[in-house]
Design a protein around this ligand. Structure first.
Ligand code: COS
Length: 391
């Protein structure tokens, strides 16, 4: 039985508690038998089912007066991750992929894409990383050159989640208004745009659709530009400010599941004439796991609540939530594997799956090392601006 007492915390309204209840009921019915054998088919099916049952509405803000509710995004990811990593992935990518349109899209771009994304019809993807620019976004090399009413894109994007099954990509390229970060722009690129190809599919330890994209003279109408030319870096960062807390939430879901599995296992497995949970060394691990879970939840929902209260930037809060929750989940899951003994490394066991699932979260959407840079920079800037508090 999962401990959901965190839902009583003051970060939430009653509507969040209702959503969490409904999601839990949905997930416990719908995610018991997800076939991970063919990840493309599984993801397409999950996006369709999430859309059909109205669960993707939280992923989009179809009109300028709508706002993404970050607490709902986080609760959804946490709950889905507790049941099935691929279901969380399918939900998250609809949100991240459509995020720049929700946050910065024109009325026409919102109308064209967002209701359909919420219905689970087109599959969305976010194409930022390149072979030579993952952490250092300002070093992007893909170019988009203006040619009359068109842009012509050339370059390579890699590690693109949903690559190969997406119907459209939000793709970042250099338009050259200024050097570095100020010369990037964001585009909506339909998957069938001439000149866009899937160069390679990438296999990873927790399988999900992932690919390298090649752009060779890919010609796009000028109205596929999101916001103004040169806004791309800020669009990417502002989108990540929203979605980084949700990565922390997914990690939290994995960690909570690992803790649940371990509580059940250590209570029923007997060793030296007593349940494993009676050994003090087991209890020390259980104590650390439970504390890590609560600390992650506090940071994740603090960041989500702060954004929902209307903060313009939650860069520092989101970075702390993502960094702490993903690193802590790795430790919690490692303890779960240890306390499961041989079962913990047996293929197909839940904790073995979680052990593979968690690893990428410490890397994608800004590796832990990048989150540390972000947190330190912001903390120093606050201090230097005289807001560091008195000694
Ligand atoms: N929201 C809005 N604007 C932001 C911002 C944010 N979160 N973060 C930075 N900016 C603005 C800055 O204010 C600055 O604006 P001005 O030029 O007007 O002063 C501009 O963007 C450049 O910012 P900065 O100088 O901090 O850029 P850096 O090149 O030093 O990069 C990091 C900063 C490393 C933090 C950034 O590249 C990053 O987050 N990298 C990780 C990317 C990532 O998550 N990759 C994974 C791919 S997605 S799966």
């Amino acid at each position: 039985m999962t401990d959901l007492s965190f839902l009583d915390w003051p970060f939430f309204d009653d509507r969040h508690r209702d959503i969490a209840d409904r999601l839990d009921a949905w997930a416990s019915q719908s995610l018991t038998q997800v076939d991970h054998g063919d990840v493309d088919a599984a993801c397409r099916d999950l996006v369709q089912r999430l859309g059909h049952d109205g669960l993707l509405n939280a992923c989009v803000a179809p009109t300028p007066s709508d706002r993404l509710d970050v607490r709902t995004l986080c609760l959804t990811r946490e709950t889905l991750a507790r049941y099935d990593g691929l279901a969380d992935f399918a939900f998250a990518m609809q949100g991240l992929g459509a995020g720049p349109i929700s946050l910065f899209g024109s009325a026409e771009q919102r109308e064209t894409w967002l209701p359909k994304v919420a219905a689970g019809e087109p599959i969305a993807a976010f194409a930022l990383s390149e072979p030579e620019a993952g952490s250092d976004v300002a070093a992007l090399a893909t170019t988009a050159e203006r040619d009359g009413n068109h842009f012509v894109l050339n370059g390579t994007k890699t590690w693109i989640s949903n690559g190969g099954i997406a119907d459209f990509y939000i793709l970042f390229a250099r338009t050259g208004e200024a050097p570095g970060a100020r010369g990037l722009s964001a585009f909506v690129v339909p998957a069938d745009a001439p000149g866009l190809e899937i160069a390679e599919r990438i296999e990873v330890i927790a399988p999900h659709p992932l690919a390298t994209l090649a752009l060779r003279d890919c010609r796009l109408p000028a109205d596929t530009l999101i916001g103004q030319g040169g806004d791309g870096f800020k669009i990417a960062m502002a989108t990540l400010d929203v979605f980084r807390s949700t990565v922390g939430a997914a990690a939290l879901g994995f960690a909570r599941r690992a803790l649940d599995e371990t509580l059940a296992h250590t209570s029923t497995r007997h060793l030296f004439g007593a349940p494993l949970a009676d050994l003090q060394m087991s209890q020390a691990r259980l104590a650390d796991m439970a504390t890590q879970v609560d600390a992650s939840a506090l940071l994740v929902y603090r960041a989500a609540w702060t954004k929902d209260q209307g903060a313009a930037r939650v860069t520092r809060e989101a970075a702390m939530a993502k960094m702490h929750a993903t690193e802590a989940a790795q430790q919690v899951i490692d303890s779960a594997v240890q306390l499961h003994g041989g079962l913990g490394v047996t293929s197909g066991q839940m904790v073995e799956r979680l052990y593979r699932e968690i690893r990428a979260l410490r890397i994608y959407e800004g590796a832990t090392e990048i989150q540390k840079l972000v947190i330190a920079r912001q903390t120093l800037a606050d201090f230097q601006a005289g807001q560091g508090g008195s000694p």
